[in-house]
Design a protein around this ligand. Structure first.
Ligand code: M6R
Length: 609
């Protein structure tokens, strides 16, 4: 969960590396560093802390040269410190390495190297790679890299450079993402396309086990083990540079919250027809598989898991197929019963989450067909799945996921209707009603966003709370889980989400005078039940903010404050109800002066187990 970049060409490398790292900081931000070949001599600068620290340091001590590699880190082995920051070098300082992933056998490699007299300067797993390179180098960097990776176990993408061959960078991918950007008289490497779109939109997406040799004029990709060239076509990226900038917004999170009307429209685009049927041209070849599905697992982590919880209700209600939603890191170790005609749906914004990817592989090994719902169609998860539904949310930079979540909910609803059509379990009036409801959502989200100021005031009022509760029943409970995660993640206020009917079985003991409770009340068929639970917490001193549908003013008899969402179908209400919760988290974090886009201890893309 680090970001790596590399540049070789005819421009100064330093600003290109720093700019690339700034687009990758979401992947990790506890230290950063770059190495540049200055008149064929390796020069390094690396610092603990944010990229801004490194940039400040480089302001007075610039590195001049047209080839370099850079890294932004999320610490796994060794605390954040200057010494543990990448790039790492061998003892002579002539080989440098940046690494994303974990070298699992680094302890034994380190011992082995130490026995041969190697002195380590960091606590990282990565440093073994630099020393091994020096040992294996016999005049050809590519051969040395190929020999070294034979010794490595685990996940790694690497960027490697040496003074001995200043005309090239070498990059390797093994279970951690890596792309090679194609320029004119210059070429690039990066963990993510976001770091490259300012320079090029033509990329090669490396596959696991591939090695790329990059010079200013040429990119050669080969199988790292056999050395055989791989013949690949470049991918044209449809992102643009503005999408990875904050624009007029103070934070990416706020920008992404406000992009939701657009991202919902984009995710709908081309997926319904004039008869209000759902069509997925990308799934057309698999219609028979979907017709015969008898059991569904949904597997994901974090926010994507919360989307999966709602997706499971959507699929069950519209198809009557049993669905189980699992946390990916649990699914893979719990010996799940996968029968013939089981569909495994994996959900991941990034498409690179290690636990979700491993769950996908485990499900496939057990015989399931795999459908991925992801925001990155070039990701590992998309490439490993049998079928892919892309959420068209565009790049999501803030660590706290917002627009990807609502796009996932929309994708789930579309897929549920599609499955219902294939299996003939959905009535046509129900389908038409749902599709029309989906089409109305972008405008309805705009309406919720127009009331952001009211939510802002509420956020101010809870910023000093020691703890908060989110309650709801049915789908509202799943939305409560997401609201609570969002608040914890960026404001660091403790909060818990509870199924409203479950509070009285223990957690009610935590409610005291003034405890803020956010109650989701969009399930009108469960309205009386949830109101009873609101009264229970009110009786113990809670201050209740209710989130409900317009017109439901009688909730004011139970709650202290109300935030309204436009009326919609029950299955679609989560897409609207989550928006005020996203705004509450954002404004609470803002009021507390927290680093909203880069909360402590976290990273956007979790590529370690
Ligand atoms: O990229 P993914 O959707 O697979 O990521 C899964 C989680 O790590 C992610 O949703 C995380 O929970 C978010 N930071 C929550 O806002």
């Amino acid at each position: 969960m680090c970001g790596i970049v590399g540049y070789i060409g005819n421009r100064e490398a330093q600003p290109i590396l720093l700019n690339g790292l700034s687009k990758l900081e979401y992947r990790g931000y506890d230290s950063a560093g770059i190495a540049v070949l200055e008149r064929n001599q390796m020069k390094l600068r690396k610092t603990e802390g944010r990229l801004a620290n490194l940039s400040a340091r480089l302001r007075d001590h610039q590195l001049k040269g047209t080839a370099g590699i850079g890294h932004t880190r999320w610490a796994t082995h060794g605390r954040p410190s200057d010494a543990n920051s990448h790039p790492h070098t061998d003892m002579s300082g002539t080989f440098t390495v940046v690494h994303n992933g974990i070298v699992e056998n680094y302890v034994e490699l380190k011992q082995e190297l130490e026995q041969r007299g190697v002195v380590f300067t960091s606590e990282t797993d990565t440093e073994v790679v630099a020393h091994l390179l020096a040992e294996h180098y016999e005049g050809d960097l590519v051969s040395a890299v190929r020999a070294v990776i034979q010794r490595l176990q685990g996940a790694y993408s690497l960027g490697v450079m040496t003074e001995h061959e200043p005309d090239k960078l070498v990059a390797v991918r093994q279970s951690s993402p890596l792309v090679v950007g194609i320029g004119y008289g210059e070429n690039f490497i990066a963990s993510d396309i976001a770091a490259l779109v300012a320079h090029t939109r033509q990329v090669y997406i490396l596959e696991d086990g591939e090695l790329a040799v990059i010079t200013p004029e040429r990119i050669a990709i080969m199988n790292a083990e056999s050395g055989q060239p791989t013949n690949r076509k470049p991918t044209q990226v449809d992102w643009n540079a503005d999408q990875v900038e904050k624009g007029l917004f103070d934070h990416f999170m706020l920008k992404e919250i406000h992009e939701q009307p657009l991202t919902l429209r984009n995710t709908m685009l081309g997926r319904t027809n004039e008869y209000d049927e759902v069509c997925f041209p990308e799934l057309a070849h698999a219609a028979d598989v979907f017709k015969n599905v008898e059991k569904v697992f949904i597997v994901a982590c974090g926010t994507a898991y919360h989307a999966g919880l709602i997706g499971s209700t959507m699929i069950e209600q519209l198809t009557r197929i049993p669905v189980q939603c699992d946390i990916a890191s649990e699914f893979r170790y719990r010996d799940p019963v996968v029968t013939a005609n089981t569909l495994l749906i994996v959900v991941s914004q990034s498409g690179e989450t290690a636990d979700t990817l491993a769950a996908l592989q485990e499900g496939r090994r057990r015989g399931a067909k795999v459908l991925a719902i992801t925001n990155v169609p070039t990701s590992s998860i998309a490439r490993d799945a049998d079928y892919v539904i892309s959420t068209m949310a565009g790049p999501e930079i803030a660590v706290a996921s917002t627009k990807a979540y609502t796009a996932q909910l929309l994708a789930f609803c579309l897929f549920s209707v599609y499955l219902g059509q294939e299996k003939r379990t959905i009535r046509s009036e129900q389908r038409v009603e749902l599709v029309r409801g989906l089409k109305a959502l972008p405008v309805q989200v705009e309406k919720v966003l127009e009331n952001a100021n009211e939510v802002k005031q509420y956020a101010e009022s809870i910023k000093d709370a020691g703890s908060l509760f989110f309650i709801g029943r049915g789908l509202d409970y799943a939305v409560a889980l997401e609201g609570s995660l969002k608040l914890k993640e960026i404001s660091y206020i403790h909060s818990e989400a509870y199924a409203a009917g479950e509070l009285k079985h223990g957690t009610l003991a935590l409610i005291e005078q003034g405890t803020p409770v956010i109650a989701l009340v969009t399930h009108m068929d469960l309205y009386d039940k949830t109101v009873s639970n609101i009264k229970e917490v009110k009786a113990r001193g809670a201050h209740v903010m209710g989130i409900t549908v317009e017109g439901n003013v009688q909730l004011l008899n139970a709650a202290d404050e109300i935030c309204f969402i436009p009326p919609t179908l029950q299955l679609l209400a989560p897409i609207l109800a989550v928006v005020p919760l996203q705004l509450i988290s954002y404004y609470t974090s803002l009021a507390l002066g927290k680093d909203i886009d880069k909360p402590r201890n976290l990273a956007k893309s979790v590529t370690v187990e």
